[in-house]
Design a protein around this ligand. Structure first.
Ligand code: BES
Ligand code: MN
Ligand code: MN
Length: 461
């Protein structure tokens, strides 16, 4: 292990330079115009995997973007860890809010990253974090320290719902067989407060359309007499939550697992500073479901949010018009044991029911995903805990996250194994937002910590 760590120490600059090259590739999975760039990022990763020491490296085409695979099988008697990551990124829009180009990485200091952070789309989510795994592997391989068999499966469609990953996993079930999945696509509480993610929320995402008159109308000639779809959509959405911010869709909470008082007390012991939270967001007050703390609202409770809404005239100046249509994109974050398909159905039925006469509504579901919880009484959790303890000098706190990684529950279905969510980002790293960044401290700490995971996992398994 000393050799592993000194290899890392000696290669820090090279590791960073290579990551910056990867970050220059605009691998935006959602936009077909960037299909070749996504493929280019896959090629970059596969070349790198090979030079890190992986064998049988292959870029598998799918109906969408490719999946990169590579492995190092040392001894069939050793435990096998499957590393998952995604090299695709979210669209960088709105571009004018970036202080530097989203695909022109720069290093700048911030309040939370006084020793520097890499600013680029994908720096934290998830190129920087998957790169930690490749470099940890390179260090272990070159030091000849490989206590586990390692497999890498890196996909290019996570940000668009991992549509082809399940088929790939089922088709290559033997090739991918493993004892545990390891991924870094989540956050720690703070750079001096390590934590391990023990849960993720599920997701139901849909689009609604409200149609009124068969064309846009003069808002003076017709206004007041014909249902305005934008007004109607606003009232319909407003009615989806009551005065306590509880979601009013009948049956919505039926399957929600309520935590015991002891569990809730324990999760609320995690450090959280409401003053800092509000200050960082420039808000006077927080808002959420009555009876729950901010930590609970963003982890163990489901949500309903409008992600975007449009209709009518949105150009320069004023145009007096009564629009014919209004649309919104709505997401619901789900918790155990809510089922995305059931929730989508409940939403659709309710939304159609509350529509006033005079408009027609339609609901189109997008991708969804199952929530996941990972147990803490397993060898893999203990290995992650000891690994973080070794490099942070502190016992990490188990914490459930509000984000979604739907494939975690899929891995459990297909491979029958649990995942370890060993992320190193910060919630404030602006993933999916302008000026996404990833701390240099976090990048290197991840590379240093990961080899310890393999060490302790092989000892404990
Ligand atoms: N890495 C994120 C999920 C995440 C972020 C988990 C922060 C925990 C903390 C992932 O890439 C992501 O963005 N997931 C999407 C869902 C997906 C189906 C598009 C999400 O959570 O919105
Ligand atoms: Mn991610
Ligand atoms: Mn993401």
């Amino acid at each position: 292990m000393n050799e592993v760590q000194s290899y890392i120490e000696s290669k820090k600059e090279d590791f960073l330079k290579e990551l910056l090259e990867l970050l220059k590739i605009p691998s935006i999975s959602a936009d077909p115009a960037y299909k070749d760039d996504v493929a280019k990022a896959a090629e970059f990763i596969s070349t790198q995997l090979t030079s890190c020491g992986a064998e049988k490296v292959e870029v598998f085409p799918t109906a969408g973007h490719p999946i990169v695979y590579g492995e190092k099988i040392v001894d069939p008697a050793l435990p096998t860890v499957l590393v998952y990551g995604h090299y695709d990124v979210q669209p960088p829009d709105p571009l004018d809010l970036w202080e530097s180009g989203p695909f022109e990485p720069v290093i700048k200091n911030t309040k939370l990253h006084p020793t520097g952070a890499i600013f680029a789309r994908g720096a934290c989510d998830d190129k920087g974090q998957l790169y930690m795994h490749m470099k940890a592997f390179e260090a272990m391989n070159s030091a000849g320290y490989l206590p586990c068999n390692m497999k890498f499966m890196l996909e290019g469609e996570e940000e668009v719902g991992s549509v082809n990953l399940e088929t790939f996993c089922r088709e290559h079930k033997d090739k991918l067989s493993c004892d545990v999945v390891l991924l870094s696509d989540t956050s720690i509480i703070a750079n001096d407060v390590p934590s391990i993610t023990t849960g993720l929320r599920g997701l139901s995402y849909l689009e609604v359309e409200v149609v009124g008159p068969n064309k846009d109308l003069h808002s003076g000639v017709y206004g007041g007499a014909v249902a305005n779809p934008v007004n109607v959509l606003c009232s319909m959405i407003a009615s989806l939550k009551d005065e306590n911010n509880k979601i009013s869709i009948p049956g919505f909470y039926d399957d929600v697992v309520e935590l015991s008082k002891a569990e809730r007390d324990q999760m609320n012991e995690a450090p959280f500073d409401l003053g800092n939270y509000k200050e960082a967001l420039d808000i006077e007050e927080i808002m959420g479901e009555e009876g729950y703390t901010t930590l609970e609202r963003t982890s163990i409770r489901p949500t309903l949010d409008v992600n975007g809404m449009w209709g009518g005239y949105i150009g320069e100046g004023a145009k007096t018009v009564l629009p014919s249509k209004a649309n919104a994109k709505i997401s619901m974050r789900l918790v155990p044991n809510q089922d995305p398909e059931k929730i989508t159905k409940l939403f659709t039925e309710h939304f159609e029911k509350i529509a006033p006469p005079g408009v027609k509504v339609s609901v189109t579901p997008h991708h969804g995903g199952m929530p996941a919880v990972t147990p803490i009484d397993t060898p893999e959790y203990a290995a992650a805990q000891k690994a973080m303890e070794a490099t942070f000098g502190k016992n990490p706190i188990p914490q459930r996250s509000g984000g979604s990684i739907p494939i975690v529950s899929m891995f459990e279905d297909v491979f029958g194994v649990k995942s370890v969510l060993l992320g190193f980002g910060l919630d404030s790293d602006d993933i999916h937002s302008p000026n996404e960044h990833f701390g240099l401290f976090n990048f290197y700490k991840g590379i240093e910590t990961i080899p310890y995971f393999y060490k302790y996992y092989s000892e404990l398994k």
